[in-house]
Design a protein. Sequence first.
Length: 114
Amino acid sequence: VPLVESGGGLVQPGGSLKLSCSASGFTFTWYNLRWYRQAPGKEREMVASNSVGGTTYYPDSVKGRFTISRDGTKNTVYLQMNSLKPEDTAVYYCNAYSASRDFWGQGTQVTVSS
């Protein structure tokens, strides 16, 4: 499995979680990185991206609450999620893609509930 996510779990509204995604068999250096989520009955949506050049992007639904970062020394990408809301509940996936390759993780469940 080229990408492995971790860090999901159950958190109360207003809480924080930090997801991690580690790569094996390749390095992130030349890959654009994204986090997606998919809630039951909904389409998969992108929640954060980090390009090879360092540009980040967030949709309005998570802007100001989520932060994507990468650590080249650990070959890991993170998603810091703050001020979590029940509507953030979903399976979260990391994605690394280049012009010729596209890798996905298996997903990690995040549940925001009191």
